[in-house]
Design a protein around this ligand. Sequence first.
Ligand SMILES: [Zn+2]
Length: 181
Amino acid sequence: MKIVLINRTRINNDTLLQVLEAARQSLKLEFHYNACVIVSEGHKPFAGGHARPWDIHTYRDLNGKVDILGMFWGKFFITVPRPDKWAGKFYTPTDCAVSFFQTAQHEWGHIADYQKEKYYGINLQWSRYVSHLGKRRPPHRLRPEEMRVKAYLEAARPYEEYMEVIEKLAKEIEIKYELKN
Ligand SMILES: [Zn+2]
């Protein structure tokens, strides 16, 4: 499988790809198709992300140009956090890079499920199909897909094994955000 990267940050493509690839491999799950990752700059000292199963062939960049990306199955959005004070605690560039890695691990868990369904022609349980009082989706932690991802993360290799690429991202976050200390 190949990662199709849409980079809307000032971080180098190579650095993002290395961290995203490390996070994917840490899960020890099967991936059968290419996946798209759209990275943008966040405003908080921790990363955010969400995954979608859609199969998209083209993507419009900031200049309105359409790029042909080829086939992929599953995509996720993720933000690069910025070092900042939050709830009384200062988050360092390393904290930010660890948060990016862990959020990527989480989103890769969802992508693995989307690809498993397509590859094996099976249907996993998703909260959108679960009937619930008031027809609302159940709370985040009780969604079947989130419970599966939680189990994947418990079985994954920890971020500490990937500090070399995480520190490379941290260094870039430090330089690109022009931190004084
Ligand atoms: Zn999730």
